[in-house]
Design a protein around this ligand. Structure first.
Ligand SMILES: Nc1ncnc2c1ncn2[C@@H]1O[C@H](COP(=O)(O)OP(=O)(O)O)[C@@H](O)[C@H]1O
Ligand SMILES: [Mg+2]
Length: 363
């Protein structure tokens, strides 16, 4: 997949720019705060309909402007795909997504056209932070892989919010009748989500292990990823429904739903030991990097061509050998790679270097 154009209007620090990066590696260089990550965020927004670093869409509108717009054009095996997003200040209008010049009905319609994997220093959170970070990793990846996954996830989250809101009310026969309905919906949506997450985690594990071995150069350390769920039976929907009913009384006390994909996690181990409690900073970093590279492999396999790679300040975190091994692994794709110091690029042989300063980009 080749990103041929990226347009930003009143997006973050940019009033109006268009970039036309070549295939291969494009380096985006500039001081801290120059606006490098803003460019990667714009691409991410066009791929997934949301930022990778804020939940508040209006943060991305240039201060003082009413609306922001971003657009990408990618050239794929099957032709050209355009996706874009417009954001609005204020409560009245929500964001609007565009696909190939037409307004998309739902954010999910945006997904699967331009696809990306983003690498950033915060990826360490995949190993060190809570289960929600690992679930988001899966959700972002699987939504790009199968837009139907994203729609089911939305249905699931809507049903979950409804159920949790009801759990905060005093128990009554009417309330229990309503809960029966939401339990049914949750269970129906839980099944395909759990199944795909479980299935893809197995493939990600094999791919990540291979990357870990290659980047660390240590054959004796084996990275493994396993999906951890309470829903392990063959008929997931039936099991989920049974557990939701069984737990309802408890859930009333805790005011939230205690079973389902929103409670699941990925267990990460290195030669059988839990990474979270045992790994060094370096091992954790390599593991997180390997998980992102595995996401890249999975998208490449499933889509028949590599997604866009967005590498935000990751080279400076790696020693020269690991840096070189990373660069070798991403050569097959187009990559936008940010750095403050171009000397970090040793061996990267970029096809293009862009310099960012004061809201402008120059070659
Ligand atoms: N909504 C916004 N309007 C104007 N400027 C913004 C907005 N959001 C962020 N910025 C500016 O963008 C810069 C940070 O950009 P960023 O891409 O994160 O920098 P870096 O080059 O370090 O990655 C800061 O100078 C910040 O003031
Ligand atoms: Mg940055």
């Amino acid at each position: 997949m080749h990103l041929t154009a990226l347009k930003l209007k009143n997006f973050r620090s940019y009033a109006n720019i268009t970039l036309t990066p070549p295939e291969g590696i494009t380096v985006i260089a500039g001081e801290n705060g120059a606006g490098k990550t803003n460019l990667l965020e714009a691409v991410h927004l066009c791929c997934l309909g949301r930022s990778h670093r804020t939940n508040t869409d209006t943060d991305m509108i240039l201060n003082g402007a009413d609306t922001a717009a971003v657009q990408v054009t990618v050239q794929r095996r099957d032709g050209r795909h355009d996706t874009g997003v417009r954001l609005f200040q204020g409560q009245k209008r929500k964001k609007i997504c565009y696909v190939n010049g037409k307004t998309a009905q739902r954010v999910g319609d945006l997904m699967g056209h331009a696809t990306c994997v983003i690498f950033s220093p915060e990826d360490l959170g995949l190993v060190q932070d809570g289960p929600n970070v690992r679930r988001r990793y899966l959700d972002m990846l699987l939504s790009q892989l199968q837009p139907a996954y994203f729609f089911t996830l939305q249905q699931y989250m809507t049903a979950l919010r409804q159920r949790n809101a009801l759990l905060k009310q005093p128990e009554s026969p009417e309330l229990n009748a309503q809960l029966d309905v939401w339990d049914e919906q949750l269970a129906q949506a839980a099944a395909p989500l759990t199944r795909l997450r479980e299935q893809m985690s197995g493939r990600l594990s094999a791919m990540a292990a291979e990357h870990y071995r290659a980047i660390s150069g240590r054959d004796q350390e084996v990275l493994s990823i396993r999906y951890v769920t309470q829903l392990g039976e063959t008929d997931i929907a039936a099991q989920a429904l049974r557990l939701l009913r069984q737990r309802r009384r408890d859930d009333f006390h805790r005011l939230s739903t205690s079973v389902g994909p929103h409670r699941d996690d990925l267990s990460l181990t290195l030669s059988g030991e839990s990474l979270q409690s045992y790994a060094s900073q370096g091992q954790s970093r390599t593991a997180a990097l390997s998980m992102k590279l595995a996401a890249f492999d999975l998208l490449t396999e499933e889509q028949g061509e590599p997604p866009l790679l967005l590498l935000d300040d990751v080279l400076s975190e790696l020693d020269p050998l690991r840096r070189k091994r990373l660069i070798d692994r991403i050569r097959s794709a187009q990559a936008l790679l940010t750095c403050t110091d171009v000397s970090d690029l040793n061996g990267a042989e970029p096809n293009c270097i862009l310099r960012v300063a004061g809201g402008t980009v120059s070659e």
